[in-house]
Ligand binder design. Structure first.
Ligand SMILES: [Zn+2]
Length: 324
């Protein structure tokens, strides 16, 4: 029986080899290989992969590109309740904005007349009628006079249908504060290491005995980045020219010289392998279509010019400070 590519052990008993997605499913990846033991597979899935998947930025990516996960269609991570301009706003899965009905304001004016007012969404009119009827019933008529529930309901109906609504189209400015902590970045680096390592396993298993792939494997086995590997992973913070060759939301994994150049979701990174595969190899997650320019050789030439021919110190895309 074959060994697991992560722990390097021959699986025993219940711990059989299972199918592993090279590029995770939450990024739309569908290349699978049965070369990882159940234990390693679930440790990675519940560990760093899950941290990345649950992060706001990747949830937004999956939603934007309509990735269908095992659990179904990606949800809109912006959906939820917001407090804006003193109003309660509900931002729906479909992007609809709704002002939530929070009840009627009750003010008695100088003449002793009770004035009711509320901000409400058209869809809440029935709810508002019921809420107002309840208020009127409790309040009773003038001079402590009681009124029946039926009467209260009629008054509320009349009030709402006869009163003019001041209609407004409301476009609130919704904002959400998102924090990406060290745990997220560590997990993200491990994800890039995993995709690079597992792609190597597919393309050139003979390469795996080299120093860098072995260190990648050990980091994945321990779920901890070794300092050595961390310094081999560089994020490309600004690489807009890549977008000329790729479709929006397209992942890619390319081995070029001693570099593995990748885009996973919204991040671009390279792994420095220190030795080279024999020829450039391309592995991308399916769902990836032909490049917009339709010319993959041009894309390779572009990457060679910008990545391979430059020493990594002079990249046009310095790594963000968290990695330097
Ligand atoms: Zn294993």
């Amino acid at each position: 029986m074959s060994k697991c590519i992560i722990c390097n052990k021959t699986p025993q008993g219940d711990n059989c080899l299972t199918e592993e997605h090279v590029v995770p499913e939450f990024l739309g990846g569908s290349i699978k290989r049965k070369n990882t033991c159940k234990s390693c597979n679930s440790k990675m899935g519940n560990g760093f992969e899950s941290v990345v998947e649950k992060s706001f930025i990747f949830q937004l990516f999956s939603y934007r590109y309509g990735v269908v996960k095992k659990s179904g269609a990606s949800k809109n991570p912006l959906a939820g309740d917001y407090d804006v301009d003193g109003r309660k706003i509900e931002f729906g899965e479909d992007g609809e904005v709704k002002v939530k009905f929070t009840g009627f304001e009750e003010v008695e004016n100088e003449d002793g007349v009770t004035v009711y007012s509320a901000i409400l969404d058209e869809s809440d009119i029935d709810m508002a009628k019921a809420a107002l009827a309840k208020k009127i019933f409790r309040k009773g008529g003038g001079d402590g006079e009681t009124i029946s529930r039926g009467q209260a309901k009629k008054i509320a109906e009349k009030f709402i249908s006869e009163n003019e609504f001041k209609k407004e189209s409301y476009r609130p400015h919704l904002s959400k504060r998102v924090e990406m902590d060290q745990k997220f970045f560590d997990s993200l680096v491990l994800l890039f290491v995993k995709v690079c390592y597992e792609s190597l396993c597919l393309l050139d298993p003979g390469f795996l005995s080299e120093r860098v792939p072995q260190q990648m494997r050990k980091s994945l086995d321990k779920h901890m980045l070794s300092k050595k590997i961390e310094s081999n992973v560089r994020f490309m913070s600004d690489f807009p020219a890549v977008d000329d060759y790729l479709l929006d939301g397209q992942n890619y994994v390319i081995f070029l010289g001693q570099y593995c150049v990748m885009r996973l979701g919204p991040f671009n990174a390279i792994v420095i392998l220190e030795s080279s595969l024999e020829e450039p190899s391309f592995l991308a997650s399916p769902g990836v279509k032909k490049s917009r320019h339709g010319d993959f050789t041009q894309f390779i030439a572009f990457l060679e010019e910008n990545v391979v021919k430059n020493k990594h110190k002079s990249f046009a895309f310095p790594p963000p400070p968290f990695l330097s």
